[in-house]
Each structure stands twice: as C-alpha cells, then as structure tokens.
Design a protein around this ligand. Structure first.
Ligand SMILES: [Zn+2]
Length: 381
C-alpha cells in the first residue's frame, strides 16, 4: 500500500509531536485539539489541577455517552544524542514516522480527532453524546490527571457508557490486540523483627532470616488462584530482600523485604492481605507490614463496545483482535470504576518509551478509519 505522504491525521500527528510535552507539560497540544473540537460544536471545559492540563469535551446530548480518552504528555527522551533525529522534530523515513510520542500516543490523539471530524460531518445529528477526556499527566504521577477529572464527573453524576482509550495496544499488526482490562497491583513492605546476637550463641538471639524462611517458601510456592477466562493466575514475587550486618559472626536483628502481587478480578485486596498475614502469623513471624495498592483490577466483559471495535478492525485489517488484560497501567483503571465499558485500541507499542520511538505512517490513517467506523457502529443515526 502506498505511503500517505500527507493526510489530515498524519499532519496533526506531526504537529502534536513538534509540541514538546514531557510529562506533566502539555506543550500546547490540548489547545490545538480544543480549537478543532469547538469548531465541530463540542463544548469544552478546561480542568487544570496543579501543574496538569486536562479537558473534558462533549457534543450531543443524553446517552449513550461514547468517550475517547488519552494523554498529551510524553516520557522524557533520554540522551538526545542516542536518537537518529531530534525527538521533537518529526521525521519520516522508510515508512516510519519518528518522534517522542509518535506511538504513545500522539498518533492516537490525532486519529480520534480526525475520526470525530469525519463522523460529525457525516452524522451531525448523531445519537447520544460524543466526548473527549484528555490529560497531560498519564506518564507522571497520574494524580492530577484523569483521576481528578473522573472525580469531577462523578460529583456531577455524569456517566460514560463506552470509553475508548487510544493507547498503543497493538503488538505486531495494527489492531491485533485490544486491551479489555488489567490486573491489579498490590505491594508490601515487610520488616521482620528479630534479636541481634553472637552467631555462636543463637539461644540468646532470634534470627529473622530463619523466622521468615518457611513463611516465604509457602508464599512463593502457593497457588493463589487459577485465574479465569480473561486473566492469568495471581502471582507473588519478592523484589527486594536484605538482612545482615556484613559481619560473618553476627545474627542480624532485622530483615527487610519488598514484594508484589499482580492479581485478577478473582481476588480482592482484602483477601490477599489477610492470606499473607495469616501465613506470617502461622509461622510465628514477628513483623510490621505496610501495604500499597497501585491499581485495582478491572475487566470490561466482551460487549457492545469491544464488539464494535473488533468489527471495525476486522473490516479494515481482515484480522480478529485478541482481547487481552496483559501489560502495564493506563488511565482506563480510573474510568472503569465509573461503570463504563473501557477498551484500549491503538498503534503498535514496540518502540514506546524507547529512543527512536516511531509509528508506521500507514497505520496512522488506518487507525483513524477504525475509530471512525467504531463511532458509526455505536452512534450513527
Ligand atoms: Zn500512553
């Protein structure tokens, strides 16, 4: 297929890449999007929290509410000298568009915008509401971004029925993978308390390494669950373990460990915490334990939204996407608890966060066709 040297979606992608927006900076990207959305009849609300620009835009009225979600911020470039070209000066070479944010996710933002333009032109009286939720804090702490916007929407009792996050979800062919959820992440910071002493007189000491060892064996060999149709089984991994004074003749007084559980919707945070604590208690470990939840699991059961997206991919790409819950985090985790169906569908993610980040030029236009078709299937009158 011929490379589109120029298309509205490609031009907008280049424009957005050239606006350097290392998290949480927006670099003027949102202003470009807002201007075009207002021209289409969207009402746009700027929601700036702390250093973070966000906006919420709506067109139409009532339900169903379809929302495109995404972020204008990008991760840092790393050493610029390692790049073949300036990361904020988009360049096309051999059918690939290079630049920071090319895949994650300025091509996605451009595709949702041009898809909406064409859709609205064709269906000015579309049913329900078409919305955009855009943030400049997805790659950073993710505190003043989508999380805060969702709080505002919840206070007003505004609902989202279907949310398409334009994150790069594809693996080797555009559209081969659609994310329909993700696992939860629970971390623990464990301190085991013992009594320091001379290694020759263990009767006067209490070795925290020995105290933890049997409990750790049980925690690491345990089958937590079998997962389910959409999720892998829960995993327990120790990331850090330290104890000892460095001297060969001293029993240490304390042990520190960090661990993480990646878990599915089969488990709850409470059930995981109580299982870990029950095992430590049963082995009579004396400990303190701090817990951190960095994300709750969510799943959008295959339904109207994923079916429409799959059909749009099938029509344009002749492949049926795999529905996946793998990979890292996205802002979908904040939107799903509103009761929305949430999917992630975007370009190939092979180069994201790396030097020489790039996207296939051909895929940029294809993605906008897939998004436009998804809109037609859901909101056309
Ligand atoms: Zn991203």
């Amino acid at each position: 297929m011929a490379t589109h040297a120029s298309s509205k979606t490609l031009d907008l992608t280049r424009d957005l890449i050239s606006r350097a927006s290392v998290s949480p900076t927006d670099g003027g990207c949102q202003a470009v999007m807002i201007e075009r959305l207002e021209a289409l009849g969207f009402s746009v609300e700027n929601l700036r929290f702390g250093p973070v620009d966000n906006f919420w835009a709506k067109r139409g009225s009532g339900g169903p509410v379809f929302c495109f979600a995404g972020h204008t911020d990008v991760v840092p470039t790393g050493p610029v000298d390692d790049w073949r070209s300036d990361p904020f000066a988009p360049v096309i070479k051999d059918g690939l568009l290079y630049g920071r944010g090319a895949a994650d996710m300025k091509s996605g933002l451009a595709a949702m915008l041009t898809a909406s333009e064409e859709f609205v032109e064709r269906y000015p009286n579309h049913r329900g509401t078409l919305a955009f939720l855009i943030t400049s804090d997805e790659e950073g702490p993710s505190v003043d971004g989508t999380r805060r916007v969702v709080e505002v929407l919840r206070e007003r009792q505004e609902a989202i029925d279907w949310c398409l996050v334009g994150e790069p979800s594809s693996e080797s062919i555009l559209g081969d993978t659609i994310k329909i959820g993700r696992r939860g992440s629970l971390s623990g910071r464990l301190t085991v308390h013992g009594v320091q002493g001379h290694i020759a007189y263990p009767q006067f000491a209490n070795n925290p390494i020995h105290a933890l060892a049997p409990a750790l064996a049980e925690l690491t060999s345990r089958t937590w669950d079998a997962g389910n149709e959409h999720f892998q089984p829960t995993t327990f991994q120790v990331s850090n373990l330290s104890a000892g004074t460095g001297a060969p003749n001293v029993i240490p007084g304390e042990l520190k460990a960090r661990f993480n559980l990646r878990f599915s919707t089969v488990q709850t945070v409470e059930s995981l915490k109580s299982t870990v604590e029950e095992i430590l208690d049963r082995h009579e470990v004396k400990y303190s334990l701090e817990w951190f939840v960095s994300g709750y699991p969510f799943l959008t059961a295959p339904g109207v939204l994923s079916e429409a997206a799959c059909r749009a991919v099938l029509e344009h790409q002749r492949i049926r996407p795999k529905l996946s819950t793998g990979g890292g985090t996205s802002d979908g985790r904040f939107i799903a608890p509103m009761g929305a169906q949430v999917i992630e569908l975007g370009v190939i993610n092979a180069t994201i966060h790396k030097v020489n980040e790039c996207v296939r030029v051909e895929d940029i236009d294809l993605l906008h066709h897939i998004y436009r078709r998804t809109l037609e299937l859901l909101l056309a009158t």
